[in-house]
Design a protein around this ligand. Structure first.
Ligand SMILES: *Cc1c(COP(=O)(O)O)cnc(C)c1O
Length: 225
């Protein structure tokens, strides 16, 4: 078997059935990504709008594209027609813009709220309090072209497994708390907890993740350009 297909099979074999695998294809070319597609992978994640739209145009259109990186409001319009899930909503203003562009495209866009759980302050995301306040706000209730499907978080980049575990556990507890506090409604359907990457997805799964975003463990070491 070709190496990418082999890696993909290994990663999938290590995931329980209810866990969704997003293959993170950022920095890899369509030629490098297609073996995963041919092996049956359909969920792919990109962290930049331009790279996502370029690949979407060149690749089969049954791919479900996930935007996992920081999203600027002025770029929402480029992905609004087709994006499958936006993992990185970190402000109400961004959510409002997504709602507006979704309406223009006669669709509803599934989103996750990104929560800041890492120690590093370079990572984007809402605090627990900001997130809770956003969902409780009457302005959130007005949005009818977005569906918030859950939360996303990234742990600190460290070898300290205990720390990573603590951070993932804190996000899982917060997710459970929100699910108890806010009943489901059309724009609040919390089912997805996106946490875990190549280096820490096993820890994330143990902490209750049901969506992992895995790149280098499938496509090989990444060369930034
Ligand atoms: C790059 C990236 C990943 C995947 O990282 P790997 O270590 O290659 O698995 C996951 N999530 C986000 C937000 C990323 O930017």
């Amino acid at each position: 078997m070709e190496q990418t297909a082999k890696n993909l099979a290994n990663v999938k074999a290590s995931l329980p059935d209810h866990v969704c695998l997003v293959a993170v294809s950022k920095t890899y070319s369509p030629v490098q990504i297609m073996p995963a597609y041919h092996a049956g992978q359909r969920d792919f994640g990109e962290n930049k709008v331009q790279e996502l739209t370029e690949k979407a145009a060149q690749m089969p259109n049954d791919i479900r594209w996930h935007l996992i990186g920081h999203l600027q409001r002025n770029k929402v319009k480029y992905i609004a027609p087709f994006v499958h899930l936006i993992h990185s909503v970190d402000s109400f203003k961004l959510l409002q813009e997504i709602d507006k562009r979704a309406a223009q495209n006669n669709r509803s866009i599934p989103c996750l709220l990104q929560i800041h759980i890492a120690e590093e302050d370079t990572k984007f995301g809402l605090s627990f309090d900001e997130c809770e306040a956003m969902i409780a706000d009457e302005n959130f209730a007005q949005l009818n072209h977005v569906v918030v499907r859950g939360l996303m978080g990234m742990a600190t980049f460290t070898d300290n497994v205990a720390q990573v575990k603590r951070e993932f556990q804190s996000l899982k507890s917060f997710f459970d708390k929100l699910r108890e506090k806010f009943n489901p409604r059309p724009n609040w359907q919390p089912e997805t907890l996106s946490m875990g990457m190549s280096g820490d997805y096993q820890t994330a799964l143990a902490c209750g993740s049901n969506m992992v975003r895995v790149g280098s463990a499938i496509f090989g070491e990444r060369h930034y350009h």
